[in-house]
Design a protein around this ligand. Structure first.
Ligand code: GTP
Ligand code: MG
Length: 297
């Protein structure tokens, strides 16, 4: 099931990478092959040095004589990608009880992702609560409220312009008194150069840290796969507040730039927790390295 969802998510990446691999293999090759494979990987938004690392690893996985066999090369590349991604222990879910603070730039899919994760835990019989700490955008609280109602879970709502940290504070108190397993906090989309909003996020984090005793605190950065490798700069910008525990990559269903997943892990040393594969509540899956490597090549 999960694997199927990952396949859907990375279909376009797989198509474009697969096509490029095929193209490369129609020529006569060897050292040239290396460069062309490198280019194929880079075009899927894998940074240059990560792509080199993948191919060097793949070369080690190949026996002599296999270099001109497309399937063997693909296998070796898959294995090499899986090896790089295995640098992190596989994420199998949040340690509960947990408070999750989701952040990211505008429109990447934070609110939708939060709803999907909430739905996933609610379906497992966990008690889930949402906090509408996006007090910046008009109707943000209503948007989260609609999701909460659909899922059938409580939400701490807010007014536009309200202090976001106070929403978080109230939500944690409420989650504690109700014995909630997982509280997920939505925040406003923000760019790193918006100093007020970044300061607000820092304050929200501090409030979480101070008040979340008894809960494991997670900060999660949501990234949009359509943006490709350049969205990784966002990761380092949000890391200035605190190194995120994990990332969620959304919109993998519409992007051929799935390679950025590898960069998040390799260059920013941050595990991928979930992958978004569509707009619906069920369109999310846990990230798993082997299936991902399988899904993109
Ligand atoms: N295809 C696809 N669309 C997605 C996915 N995740 C989110 N979206 C869409 O992306 C758009 C923005 O989603 P939101 O969840 O509102 O994004 P946000 O980051 O909360 O936006 P702001 O709060 O305005 O910063 C919506 O149209 C979602 O349906 C996904 O995995 N795949
Ligand atoms: Mg939102």
């Amino acid at each position: 099931m999960e694997e199927k969802k990952l396949d859907i998510g990375f279909l376009r990446t797989k198509r474009s990478l697969g096509e490029r691999f095929l193209d490369v293999f129609t020529g006569s090759i060897d050292d040239e092959l290396y460069d062309e494979l490198l280019e194929a990987l880079i075009l899927s938004d894998i940074p240059y040095d990560t792509a080199e690392k993948i191919l060097d690893g793949a070369k080690k996985n190949l026996r002599r004589g296999q270099m001109d066999d497309l399937e063997s090369v693909k296998d070796a590349v898959r294995q090499s990608i899986a090896d790089i991604l295995s640098a992190h222990e596989e994420f199998t879910g949040f340690d509960l009880p947990a408070v999750v603070l989701a952040m990211g730039v505008n429109g990447v899919g934070k609110t939708t992702t939060i709803a999907k994760i909430a739905n996933m835990y609610a379906a497992q019989g966990k008690s889930v609560m949402l906090a509408a700490a996006d007090t910046f955008r008009a109707a943000a609280s209503e948007q989260l409220g609609i999701w909460a109602e659909r899922i059938g879970i409580p939400v701490i709502s807010s007014q536009q312009g309200q202090d976001a940290s106070s929403v978080i504070f109230d939500a944690i108190s409420s989650a504690r008194s109700r014995g909630v397993d997982i509280l997920i906090c939505d925040t406003a989309g923000r760019l790193h150069n918006n100093r007020n909003l970044m300061e607000e996020l820092r304050k929200m984090y501090r409030v979480c840290e101070k008040n979340c005793e008894g809960f494991r605190l997670y900060t999660v950065v949501v990234l949009d796969a359509m943006t490709g490798a350049s969205s990784l700069a966002q990761l380092s910008e949000f890391s200035e507040i605190r190194k995120p525990d994990g990332v969620v990559i959304t919109k993998t269903d519409g992007s051929a730039k799935g390679g950025m997943v590898i960069a998040a892990v390799d260059k920013y040393d941050t595990p991928v927790y979930f992958v978004g594969v569509g707009e619906g509540l069920e369109d999310i899956c846990l990230f798993d390295a082997a299936s991902f490597a399988e899904a993109i090549i």
